[in-house]
Structure formats: C-alpha cells, structure tokens
Design a protein around this ligand. Structure first.
Ligand code: GLU
Ligand code: ZN
Length: 297
C-alpha cells in the first residue's frame, strides 16, 4: 500500500509555526516513502471558516515548497458521506438526540454525587442526561445534536472482528511517533479509556450536521490515508477515531503524533497567535529554510 498522509488545516485563522511543522513533517515522510501527501480543508464550521484563510493556506504551503494531489478535499462538500455514516450508526442503535445546553452539562457533571467535571478529547465528559433506551425511530432525526452511546458502541465493536487479543482491550492503534507521555508502538484502547476518559461524544451538531471526529474518520478512509501525521494534542482523540473506524468498518491507519511547537513561555501556539503566523515571518523576510530550522527540521 502506498504511503499516504494528509495535512488537514481548518481555515479559521493564519497557519503558524505549529502547522508548518506538521505539514513539512508529513510531506517529508511522504517523500521519503515515495508516497502521497494530501491536503484537506476542514471547513465544517461554517461560522468560523473564511475563504481568505483558505487562500492563505494554499499560498503559505506553496511558499514552504509543498505540493499536493488535486482536487483538494473540502469537508464542506462532504455532507452526503457524513450522512451515510450517521445513518449507519443510527441504524445500529448507537445514537441518541441530546438537547442539553453547555450549562446543563456543566451542572449535571458537577452535581455532588458525580464529583468534579472531567474533560476528555470531546470536551466535558457527558453525564448521560439524554441517554435512554435507544430510540426506535427508523429515520435519524435531523437538525439536532446526536451523541454516540459509548458503552453500547463498545459492545458492538467487540462483536466485530477483534484487532487486539486481550479481552479488556477494546481496540488499539500503532503509534509511530509519540503520545504526550512518550507512548510509542501498539497503544491499547480499553473500554475504561473510552467510558471514563471520553464518554458519549457528539457525532453531529445542530448547526453542522457532523462533528470533527466523525468527519475526520470518514475522510481519512475516503482519501486512503495510511499514515496520519498530526500533533500530540490529538493523541487522545485517536481513541475516538479508532472506535468509529471499527463501527463503520473502515481501515485502521498508522498514527504519528508529533511534538507541539511552543512559544517562548512554553505555551502551545494558538490560531490567534499572529506573531508566529507563517505570513508574518514571510513579511519579515524569512525563507522557507528559516522556517524549517525554527521548527527543528
Ligand atoms: N483540522 C484539525 C486542526 O486544525 C486537524 C485534524 C487532524 O489532523 O486530524 O487542528
Ligand atoms: Zn443531553
């Protein structure tokens, strides 16, 4: 199988040094394996995505010396594929509508008997308020938030062909880079990791009709991605993606999570950190080689 990786930025702000590192690393790995480097524009959040940021992504990446296969996949044109995946999960009886506001979730999660609210890769761990006997409606409801009943999903996934031997293990993935704690090699995903560390996560939102986790999983498979190269901040989210792959019968890629580029104070770079935007360095006369040096490549 040809090594295929992708860089998947959201056009919600300027690319900064952290993005440059991710894109250059993925591109270099693809070159070294005579593989393919793909670009995917993650613009499902229509309220924050802007076409001028998308244009600047192309411009910055070209300037860095990167090339990619056309046409570029844009998530805003992928809704039919997300709908098909959601219909499938719905027909498996794994989804339920959730009408909780952020505040409802905060309050329920911090109720005395529940202990302090905890965060997972999908935000505050959902206390299960709207979870109930799976709705029997034949058709998936539209225009509402849908969550995955994670305990049921684990049971269902366990019935599909096992990918790891031990019985407590739900699944796992091969890490060729490093997780935040230095995790490398085969990473087990236990039922406990998912139930207590992730909870019933959102697969579709009222305003988006999909979610980051669902889209990224469906699209990596659709693009034939064999090796996901991305920041360590998404290491925990990979557990969600692997579960979704298993439920949807999608192939399991390898994962390469890389270190994060931090500012001088040790803080992770954010989109609004314009000082470290690639465009700012360009305007100040830096060369692509300077950028490579700055990120340690
Ligand atoms: N679109 C995500 C971001 O901008 C990256 C998704 C991924 O690489 O899986 O952080
Ligand atoms: Zn709810």
């Amino acid at each position: 199988m040809t090594f295929t990786t992708r860089f998947a930025p959201s056009p919600t702000g300027p690319l900064h040094l952290g993005h440059a590192y991710s894109a250059l690393l993925g591109f270099d790995m693809a070159q070294a394996s005579q593989g393919a480097f793909l670009l995917r524009i993650e613009d499902i959040d229509r309220s924050r995505s802007r076409s001028h940021w998308e244009d600047q992504i192309y411009d910055d990446l070209h300037w860095l010396g990167l090339g990619w296969r056309r046409p570029v996949m844009r998530q805003s044109s992928r809704q039919p594929a997300y709908d098909a995946a959601l219909d499938r999960l719905w027909s498996m009886g794994l989804l339920y509508p959730c009408t909780c506001s952020r505040r409802d979730i905060q309050q329920a999660a911090s109720a005395p008997q529940e202990g302090a609210p905890e965060f997972g890769p999908d935000g505050l761990i959902y206390p299960g308020t709207c979870r109930r006997k799976v709705a029997n409606d034949r058709d998936r409801p539209r225009n509402c938030t849908l969550r995955l009943d994670i305990a049921r999903a684990i049971e269902t996934a366990a019935e599909s062909p096992p990918r790891a031997p031990a019985s407590r293990v739900c699944a796992g993935f091969q890490e060729t880079g490093q997780g935040p704690d230095g995790a490398h090699g085969w990473i087990d995903i236990t039922a406990d990791d998912l139930i207590h560390g992730v909870g019933d996560f959102v697969v579709a939102r009222k305003d988006m009709a999909t979610s980051y986790h669902l889209s990224v999983t469906v699209d990596d498979a659709a693009q034939g991605v064999t090796h996901v190269v991305r920041g360590q901040d998404l290491f925990e989210a990979t557990k969600i993606h692997v579960l979704l792959q298993q439920l949807l019968g999608l192939p399991l890629p390898l994962y390469h999570h890389h270190r994060l580029i931090r500012d001088d104070a040790g803080k992770r770079l954010a989109k609004r950190d314009d000082a470290r935007a690639i465009a700012t360095y360009r305007a100040e006369g830096a060369t692509p080689q300077d950028i490579r040096r700055m990120v340690g490549l």
